[in-house]
Design a protein around this ligand. Sequence first.
Ligand code: G3H
Length: 491
Amino acid sequence: PLHQKSLLVNGQLKIWNGETRPVYSPMLTQGGDGALERVEIGSLPVTGKAEADEALDAAVAAYDNGRGEWPTMSVAQRIACVEDFTRQILAKRSEIVNLLMWEIGKSLPDSEKEFDRTIVYIKDTIDALKKLDNDNSRFQIVDGTIGQIRRSPLGVTLCLGPYNYPLNETFTTLIPALIMGNVVVIKPPKFGALLYYPMLEAFRSAFPAGVVNTIYGKGSELVPYLMGSGKINVLALIGSSRVADQLKKAHPKSNRLRAVLGLDAKNAAIILPDADLDLAVKECIAGSLSFNGQRCTAIKMILVHQSIAEAFLRRFSEAVNALKIGMPWEKGVMITPLPDTEKCAYLTECIEDAKARGARVINEGGGEVAETLFKPAVVFPVSEGMKLYREEQFGPVVPVAPFEDIEDALDYVISSDYGQQVSLFGSDPHQIAALVDPLVNQVCRVNLNCQCQRGPDVFPFAGRKDSAEGTLSVHDALRAFSIRSMVATKE
Ligand code: G3H
């Protein structure tokens, strides 16, 4: 077990003697009485408002209204600090990957991929910044005015990442925020917080005091509290639309807050009558069930043309039944334990609701098999009024609905509260071409004959409606965490 004994505040690793909470893995073991129970893998500090104030004050002081060491440092020096940090965490790769796997139940190859992808993201961000800096340090002379265009930091950033990608998704806001000269307070997610412990020393030694600070404890209390202080300039949240709404409202002056948000989604796959079914099945399996469907980018509804619904469902169910269920370190495993202890009950409720309204589970044995383990379920025909039709299930349940007319499939996308991505499967290039514009005017990424996904991370990651605010990508994030400014004089 790993017991976190210190906090990073104001450039110091402060010993924590206060309350702690146990950290449980979603992995199950047999307890003394024979019943399955979650494995305890360590403990975390439960910090309160006093520590939140301390972290925020340290960040505010380090920024010092833009006069601090970090926001006035040269880009080259900031890059050197980030590179130093990266070298240090690379040396801890196996420890961090192991914690990632144990804390959230992500398969070992996917945990390794998350770490490696994060390192690539950092390197790509540095490269992008070098180019951005070159472009923007150019002088422009217009009508006798000489301008030096810059990108300046925004201030104190509150960084909140999700439990499904506690490392990668948090770092896709943290790194651009830092490298543009902002200071940060990080509140790691509820699951995937312990893995920050081995990184605290790297944060401490690579950055000036107060530039990176961490808090733990009850997010639902501490985060609105911090927002209410009015001292947060940027809210960087990859999480739920509901929480984002609450947090923005908690800030006393909305015009002084920039929000960079990646939120809920209900991405649909649309399967046209002439689709290559083998390809559609393969991509929909990966798209809807990798990491148990716990990806904001996952396919969360399959709309299949009624003429091929039976054939698609037969092949899709067979493929779902063949998925390996087990522990994250087992070779070839796809379905692993879920970290959110309430998830199995919620998924069961969704299935029961669909069954009560005329749908059924069409594959073998979908449903809860243990407290944290849920066998994937394919539910058909899902229709308006069922929870699974509109709610983001974020777990291993795949709703499928038939459509007769392509307009009905388009209407589903148009009437959704979310607008992140769509996958479109079909063979006729003319029909696909005709659908691309209406779709891309509703969501931010249309995937042709392939699954929905965020990566590679140099591509724009955004969403319409309640799915996002602002665009992330290696390049866009540099803009999201800065403001275009200039120094001007007369010829
Ligand atoms: O949960 C959202 C993640 O950013 C998903 O990323 O689709 O590239 O796996 P991915």
